[in-house]
Design a protein. Sequence first.
Length: 322
Amino acid sequence: MEFKDYYQILGVSRTAAEDEIKKAYRRLARKYHPDVSKEPDAEARFKEVAEAWEVLRDPEKRADYDRLGPNFRNGQDFRPPPGWRPHAGAGGAHRGGGPSAADGFSQADFSEFFESIFGGGGGGAQGFGARAHGARGGQQRRPAARDGEDRTLALEITLEEAFAGGSRQVEISGASGRRTLNVRIPAGIEAGRKIRLAGQGEAGAHGGADGDIYLEIAYAPHPRYRAEGRDLTLELPVAPWEAALGARVEVPTLAGPVTLAIPAGAQSGQKLRLRGRGLPGEPAGDQYVRLKIVNPPADSEAARALFRRLQDELPFDPRAGL
């Protein structure tokens, strides 16, 4: 028979604490559980992980296993030492302290190696579930409930949807096939926030609760606005005379157009604030308007004459500060 290096199977050291062993087991059990794993050898790997957990979680079994010494290697040919006997109770049922590695997977026995060390009638084998038709004479343990896994998916929405809220139909693919779900989008929801769809994740096993789906919100690129939290920024083109002389202009917002007063002497890149005109919330966000001075085209002799007149009559050097 082959030696089983339970520490190597779980990826922990021989001096690992109980919490470290439990964490390693849970990670590997989720990875290789036959109900959800896509790995080609998932069932065999899950059985190995389950058996390693059954031994290393129990102080008496672990102590007996450690008596074999550190010189054996996983897969090496092995025979129990002459006169080998486990400590009293080491072959009995597992001692609690969390879900058994075998709970939820009742169609396999422990390995020949396990039985040679701890005895064929040990409670660990019951933890896996007795052989079919009571070959060992034991009563099959009912598998423990196992909750389904949660899933997190990205949901891209428009800024208009984030502003007004509403509902959206979302198509979800999973082990149970493709489903279409109605999702309520709260008004003012920020990018990075998550919407929970309770019970829509992976199915639970043996009476366990179904997992949840979390939809993580992302904003689709917008042709006008850039969002930072609940604040929005809009670049507003203005004519040179509007910036120089001041003006009142119409500015778009997600709630509709408003009138903005541009102060005289405004400069390109200057930011003006429309308080409370961003995304709704407590408090609501603001909309910032960044001015961008745009020159009219000099595409006629009259237009060029006006620009030459400005050049001649205005003592202005835009690079005077360099």
